[in-house]
Design a protein around this ligand. Structure first.
Ligand SMILES: Cc1cc2nc3c(=O)[nH]c(=O)nc-3n(C[C@H](O)[C@H](O)[C@H](O)COP(=O)(O)O)c2cc1C
Length: 176
């Protein structure tokens, strides 16, 4: 059985990852607890990143307000980004978590994912890497702040601007 002990904890400064490929091409899951329904939700994400700000390592993700995960993430102090092992064979899981909503679907039941508590954030046993971060800055993307307004037409025809969640990376867990 895979538990948190099946993962080694590494410092962000020792973390090497093909971050562009991993996020944009392989994708990741944002897990959130759904206490009302007594279960966990998982949402596929392919926009995000990692870096350094305020001398802190951070992970950033972007969630549109209409996602069920938005309401759940709003209630969390921490967010975990889970990168599934064998992304190609996990495509079905990513597609379910990226097209169905936790509002009306138990995605954990449907995908067979096994949630694991990572220091108060929701990660998954099927992950090869789990980045756990504490939310330190959040704001809605504002249309008036775009310097390239063509992005608004392309990415926000519905004016459903993402919320940015900047999270200080507390731990990075890598499967042993
Ligand atoms: C490959 C892929 C990447 C996605 N990336 C994001 C993202 O970064 N931010 C976002 O808000 N939605 C993203 N989505 C859409 C959500 O995953 C999708 O709307 C999901 O059904 C939301 O689930 P929820 O309602 O349970 O939160 C993505 C979907 C796919 C398939």
């Amino acid at each position: 059985m895979i538990t948190k002990d099946s993962f080694a904890e590494i410092s962000p400064y020792d973390f090497s990852s093909a971050v562009f490929k991993d996020i944009a091409k392989k994708w990741m899951l944002i897990g959130t607890p759904d206490t009302k329904k007594g279960r966990v939700n998982a949402m596929t994400a392919s926009w995000g990143g990692v870096g350094i700000i305020w001398n802190k390592p951070y992970a950033v993700c972007f969630i549109r307000p209409q996602r069920y995960s938005f309401d759940l993430a709003e209630k969390c102090d921490k967010i975990a980004l889970s990168f599934l092992a064998d992304a190609e064979n996990s495509r079905e899981i990513y597609n379910i978590c990226g097209t169905k909503s936790g509002r009306d679907t138990d995605k954990i039941k449907e995908t067979g994912l096994s949630p694991i508590d990572f220091d108060g954030a929701v990660g998954f046993a099927e992950a090869e890497t789990v980045i756990v971060g504490k939310k330190i800055y959040a704001d809605m993307i504002k249309p008036e702040c775009f310097l390239d307004e063509s992005i608004i037409e392309k990415s926000y025809p519905g004016k459903d601007f993402h919320k940015i969640y900047l999270c200080e990376i507390e731990k990075i867990y890598v499967r042993k």
